[in-house]
Design a protein around this ligand. Sequence first.
Ligand SMILES: Nc1ncnc2c1ncn2[C@@H]1O[C@H](COP(=O)(O)OP(=O)(O)OP(=O)(O)O)[C@@H](O)[C@H]1O
Length: 597
Amino acid sequence: MTDPSYPAPGGGAPAQQRLWSRFLRRPLGVTALAVFLLIVLAGLFAPLLAPYDPNLVDFSLTQAPPSAEHLMGGDSAGRDIFSRLLYGARTTVYGAAVACLVGVLLGVPAGVAAGYFGGLTDRICSSISDGVQSVPGMIVLLIVAAGTGADFTVLMMTVGAFMAPGYYRISRSRALAVRKEPYVDAARVAGLTHTRVLHAHMVRAVQAPVVIQSALTAGVAMGMQTGLQFLGIGTASTPDWGQMMNDGFRTMGTHPLILLWPSAALGLTIAALAFMGSTLADLISVRTEPVSRRRKRAVAPDVEVVPATGRLEHPVEDSALRIENLRVTYRTPHGDKQVVRGVCLDVSPGEVLGIVGESGSGKSQTVFSALDLLPAEGHTSADGIWIGGEPVGDLPRAKRHALLGTRVGYVPQEPMSNLDPCYTIGHQLTEPLRSVHRLTRTQAGERARSILRRVGIDDPDRVLASYPHQVSGGMAQRVLIAGAVAGKPQLLVADEPTTALDVTVQAEVLELLRELQEEYGMALVIVTHNFGVVADICDRVAVMRHGRVVETGAVEEIFAKPADPYTAELIRASLDDTESRDDLDAAWNKAGRTVRT
Ligand SMILES: Nc1ncnc2c1ncn2[C@@H]1O[C@H](COP(=O)(O)OP(=O)(O)OP(=O)(O)O)[C@@H](O)[C@H]1O
């Protein structure tokens, strides 16, 4: 599910436009933005705007009050304060920009990698980030100043390095949230490499939080650089607000205006940045997750050995998918929980296998294991998993994903959350065709158009140019089916493909899946809780409950003579559309089993 506090990760073009127009309706945000832009422009155009050379000394101007010629008067050395203030804005904005840039370059890639890959990467990056935070920044800055002859750019780069943990935390938190989005899983099943997924989904997701963080970081960096300049660390020939404040501080008893001007300029700039940042944060409600200082190492749970259940019908070499004695275990606060308990099943090319069972029976966990989509806390073990006759269980991840991308298509349960709101449907359909199947842009566009027509979309160009929110749920599911079969996979896995759809659309989608399966000669595995769906399109069925296969067989045989009372009850409940748990439990117990909860 998308983080409810953060509607569209990163925002697509329309989301960004909406955000921009909402920002423009916030008077405080608009005023802050206008003030900040004025200060930036004043700094940029200081050579044009400043009436005097900022370093020109005119002794008659020493500590002079404001006048028509010298709007803010003169400082203790007889220089024009207004001109120095304009040049000082330049230095301040430049320094803040350097610090933000370094912070972004160090913090964002590390945060995104830590959130996306997790595990060791996360532990290493988080330890470095924690380490940087514990270093006393001011002492390091003084050492750097002494070592570099107070080089301003190097000093601001050092400030940026100390700001990097802020960027790290926020990027990691967004990447963690987006990593759980179904469309990221879908992209991985489509065979996109980590680099592509990171580029396509993660970078966009962190854009808005990074902008907000930059507004806040720039303010802090300005405060730090002014502090350094106030202490006399910096270049005397370049006017800056810190030097000006130092000058004013020494004479504030007699000439308070000399201190007031640079202090007001700094205060105004930092306030403008803070209000801009808080208005943006308000609009998109960014919340960061604290990075735990001591993350617990994920320990693989003990896998309980259970007898295998289910029946294998085909030799390995004739199967499109074969799963032998699969166990999936989660480590929970209440102990290890085995949610798939020794499942065996297979499907051959051209065959449709239904995996049916009530909610929580382990159907999705079974197919997720085959697709390598289990969350990090899920631990899989099996005697073997084969795709197209090739063992995949022990393959390195990259190879396994490459295989999945070319041989397997996946149709998920929730069409809308499996499409990235940031990109047009055209982009999402053509991206795997180009990067995995090596089609050119034109070929990928042509293929996307023809496959959309094939799945019953009459105006493919309009749909290709649309964002997910601009199409209906049924249309989105057709798009996902099109994407899943566009690469002509040998195996199509559909996880409750009709559950989220209107009843009128459900039959059409099932019909479409059956047609495509026959046309391409694919094996189809369809996960469902509904025996009606099984009756409609499956050849064979595996009935599951409590993580085990209760019964496997040809659909007609199971409908005609279910061997297990639980199957009989599930068929009755499904076809009557009344899934009563009591009846199902009674049927389960009748077979001499105990009810597991
Ligand atoms: N991350 C997790 N941590 C612990 N248990 C989990 C996790 N994900 C799933 N489970 C448990 O695994 C069991 C099987 O879930 P699964 O999603 O496979 O069910 P399902 O048969 O597909 O049903 P549904 O159609 O409701 O998804 C459930 O009891 C579920 O609570």
